[in-house]
Structure formats: C-alpha cells, structure tokens
Design a protein around this ligand. Structure first.
Ligand code: ZN
Length: 467
C-alpha cells in the first residue's frame, strides 16, 4: 500500500491524484484512489508513505546494449563508422569469441551492471539487444528482479561486420532457440525474448526472411536498428534502389511485432509504411545527437499514430540510462528541428517513457500506466530536491527538471520493492560494480585492449582491495 503520494497514472484519462493511494496485491494494482478512501480499506503487509513524492508507472527503456556499459565515456571525436570499427566492434568480437569458447563472464557482468543502473534510474522494463549471450544470462535479470526483453543480435553479412563478430548461422539459430525456451520459463514471466537481426545492412535478405518465419512460427517479436545512419541508407539504396523501410517491407519483415530502433532517415512514404504495418519505434535522441546521426521525424510519426517509445541506447553513445533526460532532450530536439515549441509537450514526452514504451513492446495491457489490474511496476520520485522546486506542474517538473538516478527513491516491480530509499535491495551494489569493472577490464587487457587509466591506477595503489 502506497499512500499520500502525487500519483501520475499515465492512463487514458491522464489521471493525476494530488493525495493518492495505490494498493498492490499479488504483484498487481488492485486499487487506486484518494488516500482518504483507501487507507482504512487496505492495511497491507507493507505501507509506504509517499508524502512529497510522485508515484509513476515504471519507466520503459526500449533500446539498449548492456555489453557496451563498459564503454561509458568512450571517445566522441571520431566518425561513426570508425567508432564502430575501433571502439565498439573489438569488444563485441571478444564477447562473441568468449561465447564460442564457453566463457560468458563479460556478458554476465555487463548484465549485472546494466540491471543496477537501470533499476536505480527507475527503469522497470528494458529491452537489451545483445550479441552471443548464453541462456545463463537470463538468470541475472531474474536475480535482479527487472522486467526485460532479451534480444539476440543476428547477423550474416560479412561485408558489414568485423571478422569474428559473426556467430556461424547454425550456432546463432540454436542459441536463439535456447534463449526463447529459457525466457518462456523465466521467473514471473518477467523476461521475454525477441529476435534481433542487427540492421538492414548487416543481414542478408535470407536471414531477414528466416527471422520473419521464426517470429510467426513462435509468436515472438523482432527488434532491429532501422535507417540509423545516412551511410547505411546510401548502401541500401545503392544495392536495392529503395529506402531501408521500403526494403524491409518488401521482404515482409515489418509488422506490429517489429520494434525498430532509431528510424532517422525516413521519407513520408516510409512513415506511411510504418503506420500501415503497425511497426513501432524506439526514439533514442541522445545517441542521435552524440553521434550526429540526424533527427528522427518523431512529430510526424506521432501524428500518424505510430507507437513511439524512448530508448537511451547504450552508455557508449549516450552515456547514461536516465529516461527523464531522454524525454527532455528528445522533446527539445523535436521542438528545435520543427522550429515549434508546441510540439512534443512534456506529457507526450513522458508518455513515450512509460505507456508509449509499453505500446511499442505490445505490453500495454500489462504495464506502462497505473491502472487497476495492471502489473505493479511503480516508481516513487523524491520531490524535495531544490532542482524540482517549486512543483508548478508535476508532469513538466518531472520531464524538464528531474534526474532519474538521483530522484528515483523507490522502485517496485511485480509488487516487489527492488530499490528502497535509493538503495538496491538484497545486493551490495558497490561490490557488484567493482567486481564487474575488474573482470571486464582484466579481460580486455588480456585481449590486447586498453585498461582505462583509472583502473590501472587503482590496481597499482591497491585501492580496489581496500574497498
Ligand atoms: Zn543500438
């Protein structure tokens, strides 16, 4: 039972309760009303006084790559293709080669690191698109209590990849099948699986057709990067004489079970195709800005009724998992690009981070808003900070002033408190973070990749041992 909070329900009627209460039972929301009406009716095993706190549905991040968490603070002074070649790809190659050798420490630690940052940033549901992850990694999401959509990256186009990044096709499909089955059996059904053909360039038409067939056969969704860069767009146009969206549509890939990330380089006809097919979108504004990829026509897509959600992409291109910041930056970017401050108002931006994410993932019946019968994925935001005062309009204050990692006080998933009073429940957070960093940087060093100076120093001074 949560009472005395400022409830922002993000439901169809934009319900805001200024002294509201929320009752949770068996992992679901069973009542939502003014505090006075509920406090006597529900006594509950656990009561949270949410005075001076906003109560929101958990934030939903629809595009991420946990492995790249180790690249936080990565160089930003090189062109995107070089960045992939020199920064991102060598780590992916290492993870893929480790997988083939039966080692999965990098993925294991990356997932723990990613889950902690997500949870502490109020993200209750995240799509993690990952290379060569063994089924054991699904156990990490379960242990951390997060809701996740685990997506296995699939590629088969040598020309668009670094050697060593490709899993042999039979290994990749076998792994996809293992992950699909493992996710089906996940604790509380909190982890689901998606096929992840990396993008229109790194896959052959044959792979894209096969993924569509598998998705139909197993009732599983698809997630891929679409029309992310101009050079990628040029390549598809040169090879096929079509836009990436038209190309994917002609292959029969698009549909309501497809969530595309980025969708930057779009013609008006492409938006029509997305609308007709019911394809959904993950908008990652901070990545688009940092890598100077372009501006996604989000205003047009929203006007066409296309479900647009928010992603932070990986910390390698952002560099955080703050969805309030993504909502703020995403709205600002649209306002600037349209020369119109009225587009993407704060409520619409917050929708993208909550119910919009649920719609894009086809999960809106279960999560994304605070409504009776939905799963109890709830976050409490501390409103006492100077940067949030005075609260003139709670939605605008949250989108334009809040910082997820510092202001999210409590996180509840499936009715279970996983972050309480800014502290991760049941884990020694600092120990997990240090262990992950130490493992990854040692592994990178063994593989000839540089260990960051900070960790070289720590090792020399023994600071790590004194932790
Ligand atoms: Zn991505």
């Amino acid at each position: 039972m949560i009472h005395s909070g400022l409830i922002v329900a993000m439901d169809d009627v934009s319900n805001i309760l200024y002294d509201g209460a929320l009752a949770i039972d068996q992992g679901r929301i069973v009542a939502l009303a003014p505090s006075g009406e509920l406090t006597e009716q529900y006594t509950g095993r656990k009561t949270i006084n949410a005075c001076h706190q906003a109560v929101l549905p958990g934030l939903i991040n629809t595009h991420h790559h946990f492995l790249q968490n180790f690249l936080k603070g990565a160089p930003d002074h090189i062109p995107f293709p070089d960045w992939i070649d020199h920064i991102s790809a060598p780590r992916i190659v290492l993870a893929v080669q480790d997988y083939l050798a039966g080692e999965y420490g990098l993925q294991y630690h990356a997932t723990r690191l990613g889950c902690i940052e997500a949870l502490k940033s109020g993200t209750t549901c995240i799509l993690n698109m990952e290379w060569a992850t063994p089924p054991e990694v699904i156990g990490v999401y379960e242990a951390m209590g997060i809701r996740a959509i685990h997506t296995l990256t699939l590629t088969d186009n040598d020309e668009w990849q670094r050697p060593g990044m490709l899993l042999p096709p039979e290994v990749a499909y076998e792994l996809a099948e293992q992950l699909r089955i493992r996710c089906q059996e996940s604790a509380g059904d909190r982890v689901t699986f998606r096929y992840g053909p990396a993008c229109e360039n790194s896959t052959t038409p044959g792979l894209l057709r096969q993924v569509r067939e598998l998705a139909n056969q197993n009732g599983i969704g698809i997630h891929l990067h679409i029309a992310e860069s101009k050079y990628g767009w040029d390549n598809i146009h040169r090879l096929h004489g079509k836009t990436p969206v038209r190309y994917l549509h002609d292959l029969g890939l698009l549909g309501p079970d497809v969530l595309g990330a980025h969708l930057i380089w779009l013609a008006d006809d492409d938006i029509g195709i997305l609308q007709e097919t019911g394809t959904t979108v993950s908008y990652n504004p901070e990545c688009h800005m940092k890598l100077a990829l372009g501006i996604s026509p989000v205003v047009k897509m929203l006007a066409a009724g296309i479900p647009v959600s928010l992603g932070t992409d990986s910390p390698a291109v952002n560099d955080n998992m703050d969805l309030f910041e993504a909502a703020r930056v995403g709205a600002f970017l649209q306002k600037l690009s349209m020369s119109d401050p009225t587009v993407v108002p704060a409520y619409q931006a917050l929708e993208m981070a909550t119910i919009g994410g649920a719609r894009a993932l086809g999960m809106a019946d279960e999560i994304g808003s605070l409504e009776i019968g939905k799963k109890a994925d709830v976050i409490l935001i501390d409103l006492t900070g100077a940067h949030l005062r005075p609260v003139n309009n709670i939605v605008n204050n949250l989108v334009y002033s809040a910082s997820a990692p510092s202001d999210v006080k409590t996180v509840i998933i499936d009715g279970r408190v996983v972050v309480e009073d800014h502290t991760l429940v049941g884990w020694d957070e600092q120990a997990v973070l240090a262990e992950a960093e130490e493992f990854a940087f040692r592994r990178f060093e063994q593989a000839g990749l540089e260990r960051p100076r900070y960790y070289r120093t720590k090792l020399r001074t023994g600071a790590n041992e004194k932790r």
